[in-house]
Write a protein that binds this ligand. Structure first.
Ligand SMILES: Cc1cc2nc3c(=O)[nH]c(=O)nc-3n(C[C@H](O)[C@H](O)[C@H](O)COP(=O)(O)OP(=O)(O)OC[C@H]3O[C@@H](n4cnc5c(N)ncnc54)[C@H](O)[C@@H]3O)c2cc1C
Length: 369
């Protein structure tokens, strides 16, 4: 019998497992396939800056609490796994394409209100700082504190650290049911049998509603597909993340460049479309014309788990004493994974969570029959 069963071995499930096992709890994680192969692998790994003293919204508070945890998480994971997750303070350039100019000043002000350092750039200083940008782009600003992580490597590091600390890792083990006694979930059922634990955490990303349905619980959470194109160059033209509206370019240190991302409700479909791939490549070239010379490597799509209001569900599920939800992180699950793990650990260990979980309550979109 374990202290905690976790359903889902994406960045959220494995981060929670790592945080719990470090406190001496016994933990099992179940994934229906190999660990970390869904959204947590597919994402771009951008880690935007935020400051707690300026955070005015619940989402802003989560972001501000998570950001300072990254350096220490990355250091510990590297020490324990020998894997460098590529965490990097690379800086970020936000540029304005013509169709987005109308909102530009509001956008700059929004960033300033988060308390992060914003260097506004006119057309001359923009050209000096970023000579690789298209001449069509006339305004931009620079965020020196923007970071990134190579999420596929981060997943490997998490998995390895969990394994060496003794987390019971069950790959190819879909949770297909639960064992309950009154208001308690006493175990999860997989094809190999029932695995008992004192508490159960659902971290099934976009598949969480299906998992909850096995307890007769309805969950308002949908998959939102995002496509990414990967290019590579022998010599990187730029080293900072470049964002324009909701699309972006993320350069990796080995010359790979991620172009993201589309956003579409397409059920659980993870196929790339000609329109999606062509649109992303055209976007990339319109921002950095030199990318015309880049090599096309591959494209993929992932499913972001989106809750009723875009904020994650974090906390206990009504109707059960010991069932906890940690899903619905939408576009921010990688950046929010350290703070999510900490908050869920605090909840499980009976401590006061350092951020109120009220705004993330499951009652927003999860109903027990
Ligand atoms: C294109 C794209 C770009 C993104 N970019 C960023 C970014 O730059 N920064 C950022 O912070 N976030 C980003 N995100 C969002 C981020 O990737 C997600 O929010 C995050 O990965 C969600 O993690 P998760 O662990 O909840 O879900 P997942 O990674 O999807 O993991 C859920 C796991 O549950 C397992 N599972 C499902 N059903 C069962 C079952 N019945 N039994 C056992 N296991 C089950 C699945 O196999 C899966 O491994 C991006 C996402 C996409 C798609």
């Amino acid at each position: 019998m374990m202290d905690v069963n976790i359903i889902g071995g994406g960045v959220i499930g494995l981060s929670i497992a790592y945080e719990l096992v470090k406190q001496g709890l016994t933990v099992a994680v179940f994934d229906r396939q190999q660990f970390g192969e869904e959204a947590s692998w597919a994402g771009a790994g951008m880690l935007p800056p935020a400051k707690m003293e300026c955070a005015t919204t619940p989402g802003g508070q989560l972001r501000a609490a998570s950001q300072p945890l990254w350096p220490e998480w990355s250091r510990c994971l590297q020490e324990e796994s020998g894997i460098d997750n590529g965490y990097l303070n690379c800086g970020g350039l936000h540029v304005s394409l013509s169709e987005e100019v109308a909102d530009w000043q509001n956008y700059v002000d929004d960033w300033r209100r988060t308390g992060t350092v914003v260097e506004e750039l006119d057309s001359v200083s923009l050209r000096e700082r970023a000579p690789f940008l298209s001449e069509q782009i006339q305004s931009g600003f620079y965020l020196p504190e923007m970071g990134q992580v190579r999420n596929p490597r981060h997943m490997k590091a998490l998995l390895s650290a969990c394994a060496s600390r003794g987390v019971a890792l069950h790959a190819g083990a879909p949770v297909i049911g639960f064992k309950t006694e009154g208001e308690n979930v006493t175990g999860v059922r997989t094809p190999s049998g029932v695995h008992r634990a004192g508490q159960t955490v659902i971290a099934g990303g976009a598949w969480s509603p299906e998992v909850l349905s096995r307890l007769g619980i309805q969950c308002d959470l949908i998959p939102v597909q995002g496509q990414i194109v990967l290019l590579s160059m022998k010599r990187l033209l730029f080293r900072q993340v470049i964002e324009a509206g909701r699309r972006y370019l993320v350069p990796r240190s080995d010359g790979k460049i991620l172009i993201g991302s589309t956003e579409k409700q397409a059920g659980f479909n993870k196929e790339n479309t000609a329109e999606g791939v062509a649109g992303l490549i055209a976007f990339a070239q319109s921002v950095v014309p030199g990318l015309k010379e880049a090599t096309f490597e591959r494209a993929w799509a992932g499913l972001r788990p989106k809750s009723i209001d875009g904020l994650p569900y974090l906390g206990r599920v009504a109707g059960y004493q010991n069932l906890i939800m940690a899903a619905g992180h939408y576009r921010d699950g990688l950046q929010l994974s350290p703070i999510t793990a900490k908050l869920i650990r605090q909840l499980i260990c009976g401590e006061e969570p350092e951020i109120s979980l009220e705004p993330f309550s499951c009652s927003r979109g999860i109903q027990t029959d």
